[in-house]
Design a protein around this ligand. Sequence first.
Ligand SMILES: Cc1cc2nc3c(=O)[nH]c(=O)nc-3n(C[C@H](O)[C@H](O)[C@H](O)COP(=O)(O)O)c2cc1C
Length: 169
Amino acid sequence: MKTLVAYFSHVGENLQNNEIVELTKGNTEIVAEKIASLTGADLYKIEEEEPYPFKYDDCVRRARREDENNEKPAMKGGVRLNMDEYDTVYIGFPIWYRTYPRIVSTFLSAYDFSNKKIRPFCTNDEGTFGISLLEMQGTLKNAKISDGLAIRGVDVRNADERIETYVKG
Ligand SMILES: Cc1cc2nc3c(=O)[nH]c(=O)nc-3n(C[C@H](O)[C@H](O)[C@H](O)COP(=O)(O)O)c2cc1C
């Protein structure tokens, strides 16, 4: 059985140290690639059919609408992984509004994660998972969800040690 690293990450304006900055590579993507290289896992980028806006304010507006309406935005490429191949799945996302973006909800609902080991990781501006892990537990009732790794966006490039410890743990 194999390991998968599935993640969503947004390129564009983002919140860093409470300021809007433009990122050319997503924070979560940096962590996802590091985990995949340490584990030899397959790497899969969760992408939205209708791109989230580049501008922070527009992105916040869309994220809030999707969150308030419990939307399930469509995934680009649809459901195309063979989840049966994997027994361990790392799932990575930025925190938007105290939880994962709704495109990650779409991903979690699209596959059967029963009895799989789930290893969540997130990046954010404040350093916690918010309510995302609780939400994930509610959605993936038959999965074995382990403790997660939360890294602040400003720290992702200096987090190698934490990532290595997490992967080994
Ligand atoms: C729409 C939006 C909402 C966000 N909401 C939060 C939040 O509630 N709490 C937080 O700590 N960071 C929040 N952030 C900051 C991101 O979580 C942080 O910049 C993260 O590292 C971005 O990861 P990415 O580059 O992989 O998308 C938000 C960012 C965006 C774009």
